[in-house]
Structures are given as C-alpha cells and as structure tokens.
Design a protein around this ligand. Structure first.
Ligand code: UDX
Length: 457
C-alpha cells in the first residue's frame, strides 16, 4: 500500500521505517530540510535501537522516500498518518496547532478522499474537530481515524512491529478496512525482520482492537496515566518503607507476583519523566476537567512524582549539610536507560537543583552526552563513570543504565573524597555497597535489618 507519514519525529520515523519494512511504499514528510537530508543519507537524528538498520535497508529498497511538502504527501497516498508534535501549553493542555495546520494543508491539497490517521497523542474528540477542519477547507469526503501509538523510547521498533495491541478508532467501514489492510502484515506476523537482542512473541496474531474514535483516543491517555499511577503508587509506598525500615523492591516483587497487579512499572526511584508521561498526564487532567470530571487522583500522581526529586535532593542535603562548592558525581542524564532523550528527565531536574544551590556537578551518561552538550550546556560532563566520580563528595545514580552495575565500584570509591552513594534508581545492592564501604541510600530500601530478614527474590 501507499502511505504517507507527516512528521518525522520519534513516532513518525519509527512508524515510517516499520511500515516500509512490512512492505508498504512510504513517503515521510517533514518541514525541516536539514533533518530530511540527514535521513535520506540514513542518519537518524536521535538514538533508537534498530531504527538506522531499518531506514538504511528500506531507503535502499526504494520503499521509503522523503519530502518537505504536505501536498506531495496527499498526492502520494490516501492514508496519511499524522505524527506531528503536540507539546504542552503553559496550562497543561496539548498544543494542537501543528496538527490543525497539517489537516488544513491536506484538505486543500486533496484530490480524492483521504483517511487522516492520528498517531500523535491527542485529547479526546480531536478526531471530530479534525474532520470538521477537513470539511471547512474543502475535503468533506475525507475522514479521520485514531490509531494511538504505544511505543516506548528505546524499544520503539520492536513495540511497533510486535505490539501488545493495535488500536484503531474508526467511524466507517471504509476507514476500518484501510487500517486493517495497513496493519495486516503485523497482525499476521507476515514479515521477516526479528530483533537480535530481545525475544518477541511470534505466535498467533497480534491483537487488534477496533473501536469508535473517541474510545481509541481515550485508550491511549488512560493507558499512559495508569502506568504513571503505578509508578507514583510504588514511590509513595517507598516513602513508607523508608519510614518503617522495609524494602520497597521486595514489596514490589511481592505485589507483582499477583497476576492482577503484575511486576512492571513498580520500580521506585526519582520518578517518571520523558516527553510522554508528564505531558499526557496533564493533558488528560485538563481534558477530564473540560468534560466535567475532576480527575484529582491524577493531580496527586503528579504531586507525588515531583516530590520524589525533592526527597532525593533533601537526602543529599541531610548528608552533606552544605552543597555549595561541593563536587558531586551524577551517573545518568537520560530520562530512562537506552535512550539519549533528556526531555523532562528527573536526572536533569536533580542536577539543576544542586547547581542552583552552588554544587559542582560532574555528570556521565553512556548515551546522552552529545544531547546534553546541545540541550543542557550548563552541565559539566565527564568521559567515563569513573572520571565523573573523581574527588566527589557524593555519587548519585539518576538513570538506571545497566552498565553502571558493571563499573568497578571499589575503584570508584578510591577516587572519591567521601564514599556517599545515593542510588535514585535502586540499581545496586545495598549490602554489597555497604560491604565495599559506601554509605548507601536507595529509595525505599529501609534499614539493613529489613534486608536480612527478607527472602531472596
Ligand atoms: C511511555 C509509554 O510506556 C509508552 O507506551 C507511550 O507510548 C509513551 O510513553 P516512554 O516515555 O518511552 O514510554 O518511557 P517508559 O519506559 O514508559 O518510562 C517512562 C518513565 O517512567 C521513565 O522516566 C522511567 O524511568 C520511569 N519509570 C518507569 C519508573 O520510574 N518506574 C518504573 O517502574 C517504570
């Protein structure tokens, strides 16, 4: 099939590359010519496992093309995926101006009925508004469908090709038929690519849910808000664990074995960040308010999340007393491992708070150094985890990169002025760290007696 993808950001590029990989003829449209030039040469503007491989192969196979013109996108295909940004406005509501502008341009350019497919995360009822926009600007025969994206950064390609579910929100059989056809190879697992680094489910069919458009739009926001809720819930439990001397990792393990709860998204730490959870949560709250529902539960989720950074900084203050002039090592800048994305990263919040109090923070991140040099030039960077810890009075773990576990921590300790270790992601084992001579503080790891009494999980 011929498909167009409007917006070559994280969602659009992954969607474009994956749709080409399963055999479609894809035109990716973006208004940034420099980005298009790099992409045509097979270079991705951000780090995402497997993406470069897919881009290179599908460009070479002639299934992936680039354009700066939305009109060309409308000419190329009848199915157009909308993947432009919906950043938060100051009041938390999503800024829909880019989405609306694209719809207008498509309407003007369309010479046959088009199916506009929202992949950007949008407030409920956006589909209705977009359809009106299409009609006003001359494409009354065109339709809008919702097809929310559930891909997480760092696993986006695998999430797209081996999805937990495909959700399509449609208002006609025509739209449903087109979207089923687009996704048929993924549903039937009828493509040959398999990731080398993770196991994927290749049995049976990938689940596809067809619903009306408003339902599909809500599925996306309700899913992300629920995951955020799980994280804030366990973070609140971690505070209680700290207070009474219990171990939140074991509490989470004990809860997670109940299949109704599940073990995922129960890792306590300095909280969630990234470009999705914080903004989607705000947008869902505002959307609920506008429709007469006071979703105060979600405001509490936000408050708890912000509090995790406050508590972490306070623990450091309690230990060091004065932060001004002290050298502090920070391991991790990205909002989570396996990405270089630092948007709304709790790691960056912690570092900036310490800098504001006069501390000299030296950071190391295995992936985000280039991004940090561009986006956060005020953060001093080291070339290695060890170098960051040189003469430090404290070492902070802010992103749970698995490679931090492989660092020789005895050698790190020898470089530090004081062996104070604040593990904001509960990455390391408190007992081993104490055995090495570190003053170890995790998040909700309680006192050591609790650890000794606890069963091994
Ligand atoms: C998320 C959703 O998972 C994805 O389905 C959606 O489409 C986009 O938003 P992403 O933002 O890439 O994906 O990251 P995710 O892996 O969900 O992590 C979000 C944040 O939560 C990170 O800062 C992570 O460190 C934090 N987190 C996650 C926790 O603090 N504890 C956990 O147990 C899990």
């Amino acid at each position: 099939m011929k498909v167009s993808v409007i917006g070559a950001g994280h969602v659009g590029l992954v969607a474009g590359a994956c749709l080409a990989e399963i055999g479609h003829d894809v035109l990716c449209v973006d208004n940034d010519p420099r980005k298009l030039e790099a992409l045509a040469a097979g270079r991705t503007p951000f780090f995402e496992p497997h993406l470069e491989e897919l881009l290179t192969r599908n460009i070479a196979a002639g299934r992936l093309h680039w354009s700066a013109s939305i009109a060309e996108g409308a000419e190329h295909a009848d199915v157009l995926f909308l993947c432009v940004g919906t950043p938060p406005l100051p009041d938390g509501e999503a800024d829909m101006s880019a989405v609306e502008a694209v719809a207008r341009q498509i309407a003007v350019a369309a010479r046959s009925p088009k199916l506009l497919v929202e992949k950007s995360t949008v407030p409920v009822q956006t589909g209705e508004r977009l359809e009106k926009t299409l009609a006003v600007y001359g494409a009354a025969e065109s339709e809008v469908a919702s097809n929310p994206e559930f891909l997480a950064e760092g696993t986006a390609v695998v999430d797209f090709l081996f999805p937990s579910r495909i959700v399509i929100g449609v208002e006609s059989e025509w739209a449903e038929g087109l979207l089923r056809e687009v996704y048929e190879p993924i549903v039937q697992r009828a493509f040959s690519w398999r990731p080398s680094d993770v196991e994927v489910d290749t049995e049976g069919q990938a689940p596809l849910i067809a619903a009306n458009r408003n339902t599909a739009e809500i599925i996306k926001h309700a899913s992300n808000s629920f995951l955020s809720t799980k994280i804030s819930y366990i973070n609140m439990v971690s505070r209680l664990c700290d207070a009474v001397g219990a171990d939140v990792r074991l509490v989470a393990a004990g809860m997670g074995l109940d299949a109704r709860i599940g073990p995922k998204f129960l890792q306590a730490g300095i909280g969630f960040g990234g470009f999705c959870f914080p903004k989607d949560l705000q947008s869902f709250i505002r959307m609920a308010e506008k429709n007469g529902c006071d979703f105060s539960l979600l405001r509490e989720i936000e408050r708890i999340n912000a509090g995790q950074v406050d508590r972490f900084v306070q623990t450091l203050r309690d230990e060091l007393w004065i932060l001004k002039g002290k050298r502090i090592a920070a391991w991790g800048l990205a909002f989570k491992p396996h990405t270089d994305d630092m948007r709304f990263s709790p790691a960056v919040s912690v570092i900036q708070r310490l800098q504001a109090e006069g501390a000299r923070v030296v950071a190391y991140d295995p992936q985000a150094a280039d991004e940090a040099a561009r986006e956060a030039p005020g953060i001093e960077l080291a070339d290695s985890a060890e170098a960051a810890a040189d003469r430090a009075e404290a070492l902070l773990i802010l992103t749970d990169w698995p490679q931090f576990r492989q660092v020789d921590l005895a050698a790190v300790k020898a470089r530090m002025v004081r062996p104070l270790l604040l593990d904001g992601r509960n990455l390391l084992d408190p007992e081993s760290m104490s055995a090495l001579g570190f003053e170890y503080h995790g998040v909700g790891r309680g006192r050591r007696t609790a650890m000794r009494l606890a069963p091994a999980v």
